[in-house]
Design a protein around this ligand. Structure first.
Ligand code: FES
Length: 129
């Protein structure tokens, strides 16, 4: 495992970026990982179909919280179309460390909450159960 990348993830976990709440958000969505109870809530302010501002709060494992923090940095300022195209693979690449299958749901929880909040997409293709 890449030590530097792991340090970056730990830093995001300990000092999460865009952590907190927005005044009058346009979108608020919260969901957890049912297998462990970890939770992420995102709040979004839209402007001209772009994410003008985004904040998150949550509790859970290092990977879920760090990936949510990284995700908010990536999507801030992006258009909704760009976010629609931001895939699970893009999220995993952004984390930059190998994620074992058992931790995939941790790594993707933030992205799932984001997409569910914006588009109502609640399940990933192939994970309909
Ligand atoms: Fe719960 Fe990772 S262990 S999201």
């Amino acid at each position: 495992m890449d030590d530097l990348q792991m340090e970056i993830l730990l830093d995001h976990y300990q000092n999460p970026r865009n952590f907190g709440h927005l005044e009058n958000p346009d979108i608020v969505y919260e969901e957890g990982n049912p297998s462990c109870g970890d939770q992420i809530r995102i709040e979004i302010k839209l402007e001209d179909n772009r994410i003008a501002d985004i904040k998150f709060t949550g509790k859970g494992c290092t990977i879920s919280q760090a990936s949510a923090s990284i995700l908010t940095e990536i999507v801030k300022g992006k258009s909704l179309d760009e976010i629609k195209n931001f895939s699970k693979e893009d999220m995993l690449n952004a984390l930059g460390i190998p994620i074992s299958p058992i931790r995939l749901k941790c790594a993707l929880l933030g992205l799932k909450v984001l997409k569910a909040g914006i588009y109502g997409i609640k399940t990933w293709p192939g994970e309909e159960d």
